[in-house]
Design a protein around this ligand. Sequence first.
Ligand SMILES: [Zn+2]
Length: 162
Amino acid sequence: MNPCPCGWAGDPSGRCGCSAEMVHRYRAKLSGPLMDRIDLQLAVPRLPPQDMRPDAPRGEASAPVRERVLAARERQFARGGTLNAHFNQAQTEAHCLLAPRDQALLESAMESLQLSARAMHRILRVARTIADLAASDAIATAHLAEALGYRLLDRGAAGQTA
Ligand SMILES: [Zn+2]
C-alpha cells in the first residue's frame, strides 16, 4: 500500500503534494477492522542512492537472523505450547504481562490511536515476540514501544508520517 495517493508521503524530498485530508481519505479506504488485523504496519522509506552502491554496508546476514528466530520460536513453545501469534485472548492475558508503567503506556496509546481490544491483544503478542527475539523473559518498555510502532498506520495516526 502506498502511504498516500501520489505515493511520496514521508519522502525526505518533500515532493508529496497530498493534503492531510487526501491522505486521510486514501488510508480510510482500508477499513479499521482490516487494519486491525495487520500486525506489522511499517513505513518503508526510499533508499538514498548511495545505499545501493555495491560496496555499501550490508544488512545483517540471514543465518544469525534465522538462529534468533528459531530460538524465539522454541521459547514460545516452551512457555505457551504454541506460537505467540496463535494465542487466544486468555493465553495472551496470561503470557503477555506488562509492568504497570508499560500497561499505562499501552492504555494511553490505545486512547490516542483509537485502537480496538483486538488490536491491543495483537500488540501484546507482537511485543511478547519481540521480547522473545531478544531472549528476554519480561516484555520491556522498548519491546512494547516497538510493537506499538508497527501500528504506525492505524486509524488516528494517519498523516503523521508526512
Ligand atoms: Zn502524496
